[in-house]
Write a protein that binds this ligand. Structure first.
Ligand SMILES: Nc1ncnc2c1ncn2[C@@H]1O[C@H](COP(=O)(O)OP(=O)(O)OP(=O)(O)O)[C@@H](O)[C@H]1O
Ligand SMILES: [Mg+2]
Length: 269
């Protein structure tokens, strides 16, 4: 037993100290849209410079957790800090790509303008778009392989192409924390690889990436850390420690066949 562990609540004190600096720290988060809580009493601390997956079944509260962390939905209770300050004060350091189905892109906007929207803080509400803004926006499109589509209407792109553009807009925000809700839903393998390469690039620059992810088969390959959630938190931590058959059973209940779990890389019990 270490000396530290003799101090009452030493683990708690150490966890709170980490949370003070963390890109995102959530304490006691409960969100309810009606009678039933969608997220119940969740604590989590994101590790800076890591890629973290939020994993759990449909309706587990993954999107709700992200929206609450961004202040888009109001929690019943809980405390959320980003980079050591209330999250409301840190929104400029956070980029968010919502779950695709929730965005309606019927209104007319060119791809390049959608990317420029990511820079509105830099531009100001009435600011003029200057050549260097446009260059940076094109650079962001280039990073997601969408340069050729810059002048197309966003509504005329396929779902996977739109997803790349939303990522370009997030890149244009030049954020420290990137939150993406199911960026790989409905995209082909090439787009998935392209997106993951961009996200790993952000991580390698020291930025923090949080992704709602459904494909259990790629969690170990793509992510450093994982948060398993089923309304309540089941576990959080490094994939190598937390992404276990027992924790997956606890997260998905009977919904996941044992053979499915056995096949997962990194899901040893
Ligand atoms: N705007 C809303 N009004 C009422 N209930 C909602 C609302 N949004 C989500 N819910 C409910 O809250 C629960 C959690 O939903 P949430 O969207 O967070 O789940 P999720 O884990 O993101 O699921 P999915 O994998 O399907 O995206 C669900 O039971 C859902 O029906
Ligand atoms: Mg969701």
């Amino acid at each position: 037993m270490s000396a530290l562990s003799l101090v009452p609540n030493a683990d708690r004190v150490a966890a709170d100290a980490a949370a003070l600096r963390a890109p995102l720290a959530i304490r006691g988060l409960t969100v309810s849209y009606g009678q039933q809580p969608a997220v119940f009493s969740v604590d989590m601390t994101l590790r800076a410079g890591a890629m973290t997956a939020i994993v759990g079944p449909n309706g587990a509260g993954k999107s709700t957790l992200m929206k609450a962390a961004l202040g888009i939905v109001t929690p019943l209770s809980g405390r959320i800090t980003a980079f050591g300050a209330p999250v409301e004060l840190q929104r400029h350091r956070i980029a968010y790509v919502p779950q695709r189905a929730s965005v309606d892109w019927d209104f007319p906007a060119r791809v390049i303008d959608v990317v420029l929207m990511g820079m509105y803080r830099d531009l100001g509400l009435l600011g003029r778009v200057r050549a260097h803004h446009r260059d940076f926006a094109r650079d962001c499109l280039d990073r997601v392989g969408m340069t050729d589509f810059a002048d197309r209407q966003i509504g005329q792109l396929s779902g996977g192409q739109q997803q790349r553009v939303f990522l370009a807009r997030a890149l244009a925000q030049n954020a420290d924390l990137y939150m993406l809700d199911e960026p790989f839903a409905g995209v082909d393998a090439a787009t998935e690889k392209a997106i993951i390469a961009v996200l790993k690039g952000l991580r390698d620059e020291g930025r923090t990436v949080l992704v709602v992810h459904h494909d259990l088969a790629t969690v170990a390959e793509y992510f450093d850390d994982v948060l398993l959630i089923a309304t309540r938190k089941v576990a959080e931590g490094p994939v190598t420690q937390v992404f276990t058959a027992d924790n997956l059973q606890a997260t998905y209940g009977g919904r996941l066949a044992t053979q499915q779990i056995d096949r997962l890389p990194g899901a040893g019990a």
